[in-house]
Design a protein around this ligand. Structure first.
Ligand code: AVI
Length: 340
């Protein structure tokens, strides 16, 4: 049996109509459950909750709200750069490309890329990859607005989606990884992830990555602790999710949002701070959690980069840099690479 066929058998295919279909892994895929991961990450001295758990429906909506906040510069700035690409990306493309997007979410920024493709090719083939079911909602919205769009959605982890894409067919892929989501990986996981992308790519494929840049500490800290408290709500929502899904009794009033910019490691660090000595029961993880006053639960890193570090990061994995675009203030970057 060919690799491609075998891979497709691991997924269930849902054909909605001739312009929309989804692939979703069979439930038999062996992964640690939410309850097991929470047991592992909270039953230790340096407690953490993996940031992928932010994105239930409420968390995804709160993140969309964060993207519109005056203090949260990354989204606005990336959109400003993407607009520059309207004239500057087409020279790297031809009509045989499709668009693949990792972590497509609400697909707002994607529209700028889809506009470029529509103008260039007339029609567009789009493969969003996202673990969240928000993918189905955003795909339906896109189809309403783009008459010549065909969507194949892959509802899976980034790694699963990339594996699915590998050897899928001969069509060239422009892989998008926008929003500086890469910054949420630890440096080691990030390196591995870039290797995974590189190994998925065929000669001729392109990869466009958005990365946030090192800048004034105050700008960074207010972007992750906004005056309306939306980022705080986003951070605390992870505890509500655990309450709802794992039958836990976190009292959200006993925690506060805590974030800081760690200059030496060039990253925003986000935590939930316990305001009192407290015990919390997480029934489905079989865990009684004891927290001391001021104890921190780590929830997210958001790394920021210098241009020289971006070059090194991509170079080390075997990418050839085609172009880096920046905004006027050098706050954010978009880099286009190919495989050497
Ligand atoms: C998804 N990710 C790129 C966001 C960031 O900026 O690191 C998540 C976020 N956390 C707080 N605000 C936004």
């Amino acid at each position: 049996m060919s690799n491609t066929l075998q891979k497709n058998l691991d997924y269930k295919k849902y054909v909605i109509d001739d312009r929309l279909r989804y692939f979703k892994p069979h439930a038999s895929k062996i992964e640690k459950t939410f309850a097991e991961e929470i047991f592992f990450s909270l039953n230790r001295c340096c407690k953490f909750i993996h940031p992928k758990f932010f994105y239930d429906k409420k968390g995804s909506d709160l993140f969309e709200k964060i993207c519109t906040l005056p203090e949260y510069y990354p989204t606005k700035t990336e959109i400003e750069i993407l607009k520059q690409l309207q004239d500057e990306l087409p020279p790297y493309l031809d009509k045989t490309f499709r668009v693949v997007e990792l972590g497509s979410g609400a697909s707002v920024k994607t529209r700028i890329i889809l506009d470029i493709f529509t103008k260039l090719c007339g029609h567009v083939e789009y493969f969003p990859i996202d673990i969240s079911e928000i993918l189905t909602e955003s795909s339906e919205n896109l189809l309403k607005d783009y008459e010549h769009l065909h969507i194949t959605g892959i509802i899976d982890t980034y790694e699963g989606g990339l594996e699915f894409l590998k050897n899928y067919d001969d069509k060239k892929n422009l892989i998008l990884f926008l929003g500086s989501s890469f910054g949420n990986f630890s440096p080691m996981d990030g390196h591995e992830f870039l290797q995974k992308i590189n190994s998925t790519m065929k000669p001729g494929d392109l990869f466009l990555i958005g990365l946030d840049l090192v800048k004034d500490k105050q700008i960074l800290e207010s972007a992750y602790d906004d005056s309306q408290g939306v980022t705080a709500e986003f951070n605390l929502n992870i505890l509500s999710r655990i309450n709802d899904e794992l039958d836990a009794d976190f009292n959200l009033n006993n925690f506060s949002h805590h974030s800081l910019y760690n200059e030496s490691d060039q990253r925003i660090e986000m935590y939930l701070k316990s305001l009192v000595n407290q015990s919390v029961v997480i029934s489905k993880s079989n865990l009684l959690l004891n927290l001391k006053k001021d104890e921190l639960i780590h929830t997210e890193y958001s790394h920021k980069y210098r241009l020289s570090q971006i070059r090194k990061l991509l170079d080390d994995v075997g990418f050839e840099i085609k172009h880096t675009w920046l905004d006027d203030k050098n706050h954010f970057s978009l880099t286009l690479v190919s495989k050497i």
